[in-house]
Unconditional design. Structure first.
Length: 360
C-alpha cells in the first residue's frame, strides 16, 4: 500500500474522529469554559506571519471560522502578512522590552525559536493540558510551558526531480557522487545543517567536510518555498529540505517530484505555538492555539500547512513517520530542550552558511 493510499485510509478514520467533535462542547473542562468566555470578551485576534504560512489570509479566516463554530465564539481575526519567523520573533522581543504590544497574538516557530523564547522569557507560561485534558499531553509543552508543539516537520530531506535524477538518492552522501555534479541546490541559510552538525548526529568536522564537498556539486541556491525549481528541472535535487511535506502539493498537481528521508539523517522536529507575554488579546490567542489541537484544528493544519502533530492518532504525518519506524528507521527528535543543550548547533549554522554561499 502506498503512502497516499494509507493517507486515504487515515482520512476515513479521521472522519469518524471529527464526527465526535460535538461531544467536545458537552464535555468542556471548567478551564476551557472559562477561557472561551474570556476570549469572547476580548472579541478579536491579531495574527501576523508569512503570507503563505497556515494558508495566509484565507487559511487564517477558515481556521478562525472553525474555531468560532466549535467553541461558540464570535472572535474576529485580523491577519497581517509579516516577515519570516526569525524577524517576527525579534520584533516580539523588542516590543516586549519597551512594553509595547506584540505585533502578533500568536507566534509559531521551530525549536530554535522556542529556545530563544525560553532564554528571553517572552512567552506566556500556560498549562495547556487543562483546556483539553486527555488530548493535549504534558510532553507537548516545552520552554516551561511557554512553547506548545503544534505540528511536526521533517528536516534534512532530499527533494529531487524523478524524470531527470540519475537515480533515487537514499542518503545525503549520495549527492557527493559524480552523477550529481552540477545538478544540486541547497539553501543560503544552511537549512538542517545546525542539527546535522551537533555532537549527537554527525558532529562539526564531518558536517563541514560534507558542506565543502557539496558546494563542488552545487548548481546554485534556493529557498525552502521554491520547490517549483526542482519540478521544472532547473535543479535536479535539493538538500536539505525544511519540512518534508511541501513537495506533496506539487506532486498532487502532477509534477515529477519526490522526497526521501536520508538514511544517514532521519529526523523530526516540531513547530511550536507561543502566546507572547505582551499579546494584546492573550485569551483569544490561547483559544486559537487550543483549537489547533482539536481534531478539526489538526485537519486544517494539514490542509493549509501540509503537516500536523504526528503523535495524535488521526495524524496524517503520523502515517508517514510510523510507517518508516515500522521499517526500522530511528528518527532523531529535535526539541526545545535539545536545542538548549546543544549550543554547537547554533555554531554549526554560522560555520556552514559562508561555505554554502561562497564566502569561505
Amino acid at each position: 500500500m502506498t503512502l497516499f493510499l494509507r493517507l486515504g485510509v487515515y482520512a476515513a478514520g479521521l472522519a469518524l474522529v471529527l464526527g465526535a467533535l460535538p461531544a467536545l462542547a458537552a464535555e468542556r473542562s471548567p478551564a476551557l469554559t472559562e477561557l472561551i468566555a474570556a476570549a469572547n470578551k476580548e472579541g478579536k485576534l491579531e495574527l501576523q506571519w508569512g503570507s503563505t504560512f497556515l494558508g495566509g489570509n484565507e487559511g487564517t479566516k477558515e481556521i478562525t471560522a472553525a474555531m468560532n463554530a466549535l467553541f461558540g465564539t464570535k472572535i474576529v481575526t485580523r491577519f497581517t502578512p509579516g516577515p519570516n519567523a526569525n524577524e517576527s520573533l525579534n520584533a516580539i522581543i523588542v516590543a516586549n522590552s519597551v512594553n509595547r504590544p506584540s505585533p502578533t497574538d500568536v507566534f509559531i516557530g521551530s525549536n530554535q525559536h522556542g529556545a530563544l523564547i525560553f532564554e528571553k522569557k517572552v512567552g506566556t507560561e500556560v498549562d495547556w493540558t487543562k483546556f483539553l485534558p486527555g488530548r493535549i499531553d504534558a510532553s507537548s509543552m516545552e520552554a516551561n510551558t511557554a512553547a506548545l508543539r503544534a505540528f511536526t516537520v521533517i528536516p534534512g530531506g532530499i527533494v529531487y526531480n524523478t524524470q531527470r535524477a540519475p537515480y533515487p538518492p537514499t542518503k545525503l552522501e549520495d549527492l557527493l557522487k559524480p552523477e550529481w555534479k552540477g545538478k544540486i541546490a541547497s539553501t543560503p541559510y544552511a537549512s538542517g545543517f545546525d542539527l546535522l552538525s551537533s555532537t549527537d548526529v554527525w558532529g562539526s568536522e564531518r558536517t563541514i567536510e560534507f558542506a565543502r564537498k557539496l558546494t563542488t556539486q552545487m548548481a546554485g541556491l534556493m529557498r525552502c518555498n521554491e520547490l517549483e525549481r526542482i519540478a521544472s528541472g532547473e535543479f535536479i535535487a535539493y538538500a536539505m529540505d525544511c519540512t518534508g511535506t511541501d513537495w506533496q502539493e506539487l506532486k498532487r498537481k502532477g509534477a515529477p517530484i519526490a522526497h526521501v528521508i536520508p538514511t544517514d539523517f532521519p529526523a523530526v522536529r516540531f513547530n511550536y505555538a507561543t502566546v507572547p507575554k505582551n499579546a494584546a488579546n492573550p485569551n483569544a490567542a490561547k483559544l486559537f492555539v487550543t483549537f489547533l489541537h482539536t481534531p478539526e484544528g489538526q485537519k486544517l493544519l494539514w490542509k493549509h500547512q501540509t503537516s500536523d502533530l504526528h503523535t495524535y492518532p488521526e495524524s496524517q504525518m503520523g502515517v508517514f513517520v510510523h510507517d518508516l519506524e515500522a521499517k526500522g528507521v530511528k528518527f532523531y527528535q529535535f526539541t526545545v530542550p535539545w536545542y538548549l543543550e546543544h549550543p554547537e548547533a547554533r555554531e554549526g549554522t554560522a560555520k556552514i552558511v559562508p561555505i554554502l554561499t561562497g564566502g569561505k
